[in-house]
Each structure stands twice: as structure tokens, then as C-alpha cells.
Write a protein that binds this ligand. Structure first.
Ligand code: F6P
Length: 359
């Protein structure tokens, strides 16, 4: 008998259930002995506090297209891992104890960057852990793609499409804010897919005058509206040049709900045009996974399970240049995959006339 643990950690995404289904199905089909599946509730919290369910493999049959996570999730910040909980619980010790008491052969952890750091820590503590690259942000180092990303881009793109019709009717400018605090993959892809006129991402600090000039150019050229895609973490050149403390103070002093509202206000003041803001927010993590996500999530789940059956662990499944592979957790943990400002898609977007607010 083999016994594996499953947990989903961090912000959810559309393809978590599809990934777990693939892990479980592969194990049921390919393992040389029966498999028991332990599902931990709410991410690492379930492992810490022994909150788990024994999962019937048949229970995964209908979850391929179901968004969210049937296990629940939570954020257990890596930087607080060694700080005991309010109730005094030593988190790492508790997780090791649960793993040992349940006699797990492996823990499959579906998570993003912080969660993968914790997985690496557990692996160094001697647990057999396999990580699977979940995040709508697509910022996990070591893999070209993460599951959740394409579905989120789809939602953000649909939002831009929908905004475009009303923006065109009124001849308005719209700032559409999409997810991405530290990296701009979703804004970049959604801007290209949605035919935006400007795209402001954390990796390329903007100057508001240059964004305003780009908007004016589009409208003067006869465009019916102008769409500026703004990453949640978009930063201006002036903000980047501020000392860190001053920048934090400026962010804390913001009275608007988020950055796109500030940008809309500044664009309105500079252009004298009607500028509105739209924020799809968590809808980008909601709903069913798109077809590409279902396929990629399934590939990740299958490869993770096959790796386990070969006796491998301590790795994250990944896709590089179209091939599935395994990357040691030590290589992934603590690194972010950012948009390369000189990369192909940025260059191509610029060629199309998309402004990044820097030139
Ligand atoms: O999971 C990633 C992410 O969706 C980011 O894109 C976003 O900045 C953040 O999570 C939102 O977090 P929360 O769901 O805690 O508001």
C-alpha cells in the first residue's frame, strides 16, 4: 500500500483540481500497489494541525473543469515558518510529525513561490516532497508556464474586450487593472491579446507623461477609445527612484483603492479626457480552467506522479521549451521569473505600438 498526501497552498487558481485529478488517476492506473490519498485541508494549515480527509480516488472524476480547490487553501508565509503560531505550535515540527504519523510516502504540494520555499524546507528536513507549479502569475522560476496562468489571461482579456465596446461608444480612456504585484506576465499577455494601447508592468517603470502622450497619439490617430492595462504592481520611474522607506510611506498614504485609479486620475488631468477604471480582480482566479490550463495541469499531475513512482522526489515538475522536466526544489526556491524588458513579447508589443510608458 502506498499513501500520498495532497495539499494546495497560497492563492487559488482555476486548474488545481485538474492537477490533483491527474496525480490521483496516474497513481491509480500505474502504481504497482493500491494507493491511499490523504487530502490536507487549507494548505499547510492542514498538515500543521492534522486536518485531513481520506480521499476516494473516484471523487476526483468530476473535477477536471471545476475551478478553486476541493481541499481549500491558505497562505502560510515562509518568512514566519520558524515563528511559533499564537497557540505555541512549532509549524515545521508539527508538519514533520503529521507526515510521519500518517506514514506518508510523499507529499504533493501544489503551490507558488512562497509555498515552494516551504516545500524545499520540508524536503531538507527529510520529507519526500514533490511540488507542482501553481499560480496565475506565471512567476515561478524554472518553468516556462504555471497552471492557472492561461485561464487568468483569458479572464483579463475578456474584461478588456468587454470594456472596449463601452469605451468606444463613449470615446473614453480606460485603465484596466489586472493581477500581478511583482511581475507583469498577466498584464503583458492580456494587453497583447486584448489589443491594448499601453501596458504598465512592474518590470518597466512608467512615466505618466509618456503614457498620456501614447493615449493622445492613439486618439488623434482616430482610435475610438484607448485602453491602458495596469498591473497591480505598476510603478512609476519616480517611485522606483525613491528611497524604499519613502516609497512605502507614499503607498501607505494612497487614498484610492488601487494604483489604476491613481493612473486614471493623472491621465485625466493630463489629457482632459474622460478616464475610467475597471478592475476584474479575483474573477481572474475564478471560474473554470481554460482548455490549455486543463492540459498543462494534467501534464504536471501525470509527470509528478510518474516521478514519484520512479522513486524521485525533492523536485518541482516544470515545462521548459515545450518539454516536461523536473527541477530540483533548491533551484526554484526563492527565485522569481520576471518579464524580461528586452524579451520577445515586449519587443513585439512595442512594434505594434503598445506603450510601456518608458519611451
Ligand atoms: O495568487 C496570486 C495573486 O492572485 C496575485 O496575482 C495577487 O496579487 C494576489 O494573489 C491576491 O491575493 P489575495 O487573494 O490574498 O487577495
Amino acid at each position: 500500500m502506498l499513501r500520498i498526501g495532497l495539499l494546495t497552498s497560497g492563492g487559488d487558481c482555476q486548474a488545481l483540481n485538474a492537477t490533483m485529478r491527474a496525480i490521483v488517476r496516474t497513481l491509480v492506473n500505474r502504481a504497482p500497489e493500491p494507493v491511499e490519498v490523504v487530502g490536507f485541508e487549507d494548505g499547510y494549515q492542514g498538515l500543521i494541525y492534522r486536518r485531513f480527509r481520506m480521499m476516494d480516488p473516484a471523487g476526483f472524476d468530476d473535477v477536471l473543469a471545476r475551478g478553486g480547490t476541493i481541499l481549500g487553501t491558505s497562505r502560510t508565509p515562509f518568512k514566519r515558518l520558524d515563528i511559533p503560531e499564537a497557540d505555541g505550535v512549532d509549524k515545521v515540527a508539527a508538519m514533520k510529525r503529521t507526515y510521519a504519523e500518517l506514514g506518508l510516502d510523499c507529499l504533493f504540494m501544489l503551490g507558488g513561490n512562497g509555498s515552494t520555499k516551504t516545500a524545499h524546507r520540508l524536503a531538507r528536513e527529510g520529507l519526500r516532497v514533490i511540488a507542482l507549479p501553481k499560480t496565475i502569475d506565471n512567476d515561478t522560476w524554472g518553468t516556462d508556464l504555471t497552471f492557472g496562468f492561461t485561464s487568468a489571461v483569458e479572464v483579463a482579456t475578456r474584461c478588456i474586450d468587454d470594456i472596449r465596446t463601452t469605451a468606444s461608444s463613449h470615446g473614453r480612456v480606460f485603465a484596466v487593472e489586472v493581477m500581478g504585484h511583482k511581475v507583469g506576465w498577466i498584464p503583458l499577455y492580456a494587453a497583447v491579446a486584448g489589443g491594448a494601447d499601453a501596458c504598465l508592468i512592474p518590470e518597466i517603470p512608467y512615466e505618466i507623461d509618456k503614457v498620456a502622450a501614447a493615449v493622445e497619439r492613439r486618439l488623434d490617430a482616430g482610435a475610438a477609445c484607448a485602453i491602458v492595462v495596469v498591473a497591480e504592481g505598476a510603478v512609476s520611474r519616480a517611485e522606483v527612484e525613491m528611497p524604499k522607506k519613502e516609497y512605502k510611506r507614499a503607498v501607505a498614504a494612497r487614498t484610492s483603492p488601487s494604483v489604476a485609479y491613481d493612473i486614471a486620475r493623472e491621465l485625466g488631468a493630463r489629457t482632459g479626457r474622460e478616464v475610467r477604471t475597471a478592475v476584474p480582480g479575483h474573477t481572474q482566479r475564478g471560474g473554470a480552467p481554460d482548455a490549455q490550463d486543463r492540459v498543462f495541469a494534467t501534464q504536471c499531475g501525470v509527470e509528478a506522479a510518474l516521478g514519484f513512482l520512479e522513486g524521485a522526489h525533492g523536485f518541482m515538475v516544470a515545462q521548459r521549451e515545450g518539454r516536461m522536466c523536473r527541477v530540483p526544489l533548491g533551484e526554484v526556491a526563492g527565485r522569481l521569473k520576471r518579464v524580461d524588458p528586452e524579451g520577445d513579447l515586449v519587443r513585439e508589443a512595442r512594434a505594434l505600438g503598445v506603450s510601456f510608458g518608458d519611451e
